[in-house]
Design a protein around this ligand. Sequence first.
Ligand code: NAD
Length: 487
Amino acid sequence: MAGARAPWMLENFIDGKFLPCNSYLDSYDPSTGDVYCRVPNSGKEEIEAAVEAARAAFPGWSSRSPQERSQVLNRLADLLEESLEELAQAESKDQGKTITLARTMDIPRSVQNFRFFASSILHHTSECTQVDHQGCLHYTVRTPVGIAGLISPWNLPLYLLTWKIAPAIAAGNTVIAKPSELTSVTAWMMCKLLEKAGVPPGVVNIVFGTGPGAGEALVSHPEVPLISFTGSQPTAERITQLSAPHCKKLSLELGGKNPAIVFEDANLEECVPTTVRSSFANQGEICLCTSRIFVQRSIYTEFLKRFVEATRMWKVGIPSDPSANMGALISKAHLEKVRSYIKKARMEGAQILCGEGVDKLNLPPKNQGGYFMLPTVITDIKDESCCMKEEIFGPVTCVVPFDSEEEVIQRANSVKYGLAATVWSGNVGRVHRVAKKLQSGLVWTNCWLIRELNLPFGGMKSSGVGREGAKDSYEFFTEVKTITVKH
Ligand code: NAD
């Protein structure tokens, strides 16, 4: 029992040292509801110390060559890879995700983030233009911005944190990162590897705590000129307000209400299992998860039958069970929020075809207090319903019919978000046409979540500002200057 053992105590990592904090927050194991770890509840004082360390480390780190920085990133990637199993176990326990997902996606991708930016930083070139009638040569240089403030969410803890730390330090910045207070463990474990990897003290500082506490202190600090944030749209609004007086550079990766569009010529053998996965992977707690499925009317009944059957096969189990497809949701409050959407749908007259309130969830006695729910499929729901408009961020998806291509594009675009979409059709022309018209930063056709890290990642409309990727992250984490030489 977790209660029998003293909870794990995390510490901030500032200037290459682990430092205790005056106050701590409880962190819960989502599969039992027990407190198993305590996280520093940092504020202005800890952020100030981290700024001091990052400021002192900046001249040395930023003047190293990209090759030297690249070697450090590669060493860190190797060390993370050596600890893959330990990190995967910790991520699964802390977040509630299945051990299989942590082993095959979260931690391998965190390793890959460092390897990817270790390589890409070596291949950037700057621009140069000879303008004869001016007698001038114009060229650009890029320099690191300074101290980067990095704020990440709880759904893919180490994966998203390293997706920010790697490009920031590769480009020569020093960083202060604040992971989500709900999932801080793997970031703390990574700190133990930094010295061995050759990351100098002060280059990577990790300050744990809440958004209003440590997060706002970081965003408001006048010596942090850049904030890279991944999280929800309301938090992005607050961060934008706090950054405005300082004209900070902002990258905002936010939520989605992602449509899947299934045309009558779709290959259902592939579409159904992939759309079950895109709806429910990581308990539906991925910003790219599908939550509105539009199916052409001629195949609607057949699709729905197959989709509900496949959803019922999706196993909800304890996170450490390697055969589980889904683990526990992140917190009690989040579970209640997700359930409240299903209640609202029911009150509006929608049908719940499987999952919450319909099927029975079997859990071992010690997990009865955990934050589990079954994957849930809603139908007979109007586009105006909050379940079709708002980000639920849980294992809930709505399936509705459509008639024409034009109509479905308009309906898919009718929400405030624009992050990701999938299009299922065997017609190549239609696939290109529809993908181009969707208001969405990412469109996957006849597949989902196949990533090419070189290319831009990010959302339109309320799903974000800016893009991340090889070139995009490099441009964000550097300042460009144009120099003119008259000859
Ligand atoms: P959140 O906005 O509540 O928190 C995200 C981070 O911001 C946390 O570290 C939190 O402590 C911090 N924070 C909260 N309030 C703050 C404040 N006032 N000032 C500074 N920092 C503050 O989001 P969440 O619930 O952790 O994550 C879920 C959200 O993240 C969903 O909306 C999801 O779609 C989104 N997300 C987006 C992407 C993407 O790449 N677009 C990826 C993953 C998650």
